[in-house]
Design a protein around this ligand. Structure first.
Ligand code: CA
Ligand code: CA
Length: 173
C-alpha cells in the first residue's frame, strides 16, 4: 500500500465509531481495573494476542482501536520479555505486528498511539533491513519473537494493548 493511501485510510477508519465488533458490545467509557476475558495482564496493562485472523498493519491498528485498545507498544526489556514469553507459551507462529512505524521518515520509528520515538528496541539479527520498503514491525518466530521490519501490507497476527484505568488486584468476579 502506498504511504499516502495508508495514512488516508487510517484517517478514514479513525473517523468510524466502533461500538460493536464481532457482535460484542463494549462501553467506551468503562473504567477497568481488571483485564477483559481473553486479555492477559502485565503490570498496569492488558494484552490481546490475535492470531486467528491475519491482517495488514492498518487493519490491525484499526482492529485494536475498535476494542478500545491500541496496537501494542513495547517500552522496555521487561515488557519485551513478557511478550516474547507469552508468545512462546502459546506456541505462537509467524509474525505479530506491534504499533511502531517509520513510514513518515525512514529510520525514525514512532509509536503510533503516542507519537513517541521508539527508544527501547529488540531487533532480530540483521534487522531492520528494509529501508523505505519495510515500515512496520512484527515479532517473528524465526527470530525468537524479536523485532523485524516488514512491509506494512502483509497480513500477520498482531498484539493489542490496553492500559488499566484503575489499577487494582487482578480479581475475577
Ligand atoms: Ca523503513
Ligand atoms: Ca526486515
Amino acid at each position: 500500500m502506498e504511504l499516502q493511501s495508508l495514512f488516508l485510510w487510517i484517517f478514514f477508519l479513525s473517523g468510524i465509531e466502533g461500538t460493536y465488533f464481532h457482535g460484542v458490545e463494549f462501553n467506551a467509557t468503562q473504567r477497568a481495573s481488571t483485564c477483559r476475558v481473553g486479555w492477559t495482564r502485565y503490570q498496569n496493562s492488558c494484552y490481546l494476542f490475535v492470531s486467528q485472523e491475519k491482517e495488514d498493519w492498518a487493519e490491525a491498528h484499526y482492529h485494536c482501536g475498535v476494542l478500545h485498545g491500541y496496537l501494542a507498544d513495547i517500552l522496555d526489556a521487561d515488557e519485551s520479555t513478557f511478550v516474547k514469553t507469552e508468545l512462546q507459551r502459546r506456541h505462537a507462529s509467524g509474525c505479530f505486528y506491534i504499533g511502531a512505524t517509520d513510514v513518515e521518515l525512514d529510520g525514525q520509528w514512532l509509536w503510533t498511539n503516542t507519537d513517541d520515538p521508539v527508544l527501547y528496541t529488540d531487533w532480530g539479527n540483521g534487522e531492520p533491513n528494509g529501508d523505505i520498503a519495510e515500515n512496520c514491525i512484527c515479532l517473528h518466530d524465526n527470530h525468537q519473537f524479536r523485532w523485524v521490519d516488514v512491509k506494512c501490507n502483509r497480513d500477520f497476527s498482531f498484539i493489542c494493548k490496553m492500559r488499566l484505568t484503575e489499577p487494582g488486584p487482578d480479581v475475577i468476579g
